[in-house]
Design a protein around this ligand. Structure first.
Ligand code: EPZ
Length: 420
């Protein structure tokens, strides 16, 4: 297993280009199960998670061909409706094959996703939505077994205790495209990745309105056809590079960015004193004066993204003063706190809150990655720290960041891989 070694204290400067969005491409690849025709998806990031989804599609009888950032997904007419635990347990997003399989084949057997270090992540909303469309659902030996003679459109409320659910909205929206009649999803997730999926489905012939808002309407159609689609940029990768510029007191131009998708993050960092200028498809990030501490509360989109909480905590850990970080989506998503404290940060966790007392300087140390965004926060802390940081278990990073260390190298970071 590889570790990542970072020699900190280097100011990052230059240009970097953001890849396609992981959280958009995964459900979009699953949506190709809704047709027997060929789909071409462009701007696909090469990640552990995209590879996992491609393996799941192959196991369900799809033909898959990947060249550079384009994937061709064809039908082999050898369709299967069984998604194996071995694959699904390695990546929660695989659970979003349930909706398209049920929509297309009126039956599906999909393993329940495994546990997750960022918190309890039930799938009750997914099942509630699918049941509302008229499917019979049972849980057998850790598998969701779903079947329906015909799915029927209906109006449903899909809000949960922490608000809307991204993948539950995706799953129900995909199943509803081939249901009889009209479906209305209330309290739908508004994330840009949900809207990107809807735009792909519309290119396949689906009838969808209201995507990107809390009310999505889907008029069922008889069948869907193939389509060509370009994936939106990854706003969380862009956000990670914005923090990298600030935490190293650097100057970075981040390209292939849709800054409208980063509203809450940019607003919060400007409140802290960041100097961020926007052009059509890029943002430039610099510091004109020292940052000041800010309080952050994570919320469903368009609120502050939970997937940026850990990275901004690293930034606040080197911003003198007190900041309060409140995690409303995954109240236990604080695996990075103990590791940052190993580097000399002063962070105290109180339930779903973390009180960060900023310090002038972190010091390099051996740390352990626990999940995708926590590992990004440790790399950022390592870039700012004095001395050497070694981040272990970087396979977490490879799940969601394409060529991260290469991109940091081009910005002037001292970063390299070392076999454990
Ligand atoms: C998506 O996960 C993202 N993953 C996550 O990104 C992201 O953190 C999350 O949305 C929130 O923005 C992908 O898109 C592949 P949710 P998802 O269902 O859809 C509760 C990353 O780092 N809930 O919106 O699984 C749930 O427990 C990953 O890239 C229910 O209660 O998240 C959570 O508290 C990590 N019942 C809240 O809703 C359900 O049936 C939001 O979760 C489903 C969810």
């Amino acid at each position: 297993m590889d570790n990542l070694v970072i020699e900190g204290g280097k100011r990052l400067t230059g240009e970097v280009t953001v890849s396609g969005a992981k959280n958009s491409v995964l459900p979009i690849m699953a949506a190709t199960l809704l047709t027997d025709e060929t789909c071409i998806i462009k701007g696909v990031p090469i990640l552990r998670d995209t590879n996992t989804m491609l393996r799941i599609l192959r196991s369900l009888g799809k033909g898959v061909e990947m060249s550079r950032d384009t994937v061709n997904i064809t039908s082999t007419r050898n369709n299967k409706t069984f998604a194996d635990y071995k694959l699904v347990s390695t990546m929660r997003a695989s659970f979003c094959v349930l909706g398209p399989l049920l929509g297309k084949f009126k039956k599906a057997e999909v393993s329940l996703p495994g546990g997750c270090v960022i918190g309890i992540r039930p799938v009750d909303l997914h099942l509630k939505g699918i049941k509302a469309l008229g499917a019979d659902i049972s849980i057998v030996s850790g598998y969701v077994v779903a079947k329906a003679k015909q799915l029927k459109g209906t109006t449903m409320y899909l809000g949960g205790i922490c608000g809307s659910s991204v993948l539950a909205t995706d799953n129900v929206m995909m199943a509803a495209t081939l249901a009889k009649g009209k479906t209305v999803i209330e309290s739908a997730a508004c994330e840009p990745e949900v809207a990107d999926l809807a735009n792909f489905l519309i290119k396949m012939g689906a009838k969808i309105k209201g995507h990107g808002t809390p009310i999505i309407e889907i008029e069922g159609v008889k069948q869907l056809h193939g389509a060509i689609h370009n994936i939106i940029p990854d706003r969380i990768e862009a956000g990670t590079f914005i923090v990298a510029a600030l935490i190293t007191k650097g100057d970075i131009l981040i390209k292939n960015v849709c800054h409208a998708h980063l509203g809450a993050l940019i607003d919060k960092l400007q409140e802290a004193g960041a100097y961020i200028t926007k052009t059509d498809s890029s943002v430039r990030v610099r510091l004109k004066r020292n940052l000041k501490p800010v309080n952050v509360t994570t919320l469903p989109y368009p609120g502050f993204p939970t997937d940026m909480q850990a990275q901004v905590m690293s930034l606040m850990s080197v911003t003198p003063g007190i900041s309060l970080i409140t995690e409303k989506i995954y109240p236990d998503r604080f695996m990075h706190v103990a590791e940052l404290n190993r580097m000399g940060a002063r962070i105290q966790r109180e339930g779903a809150h973390a009180i960060v007392e900023g310090t002038k300087q972190l010091s390099g140390a051996p740390v352990m990655a626990s999940d995708l965004r926590a590992s990004a926060s440790l790399v950022l802390a390592g870039l700012a720290a004095q001395g050497k940081t070694t981040v272990a278990r970087i396979y977490h990073l490879e799940r969601g960041y394409e060529n991260l260390e290469q991109k940091f190298l081009t910005l002037g970071a001292r970063i390299w891989r070392k076999k454990e």
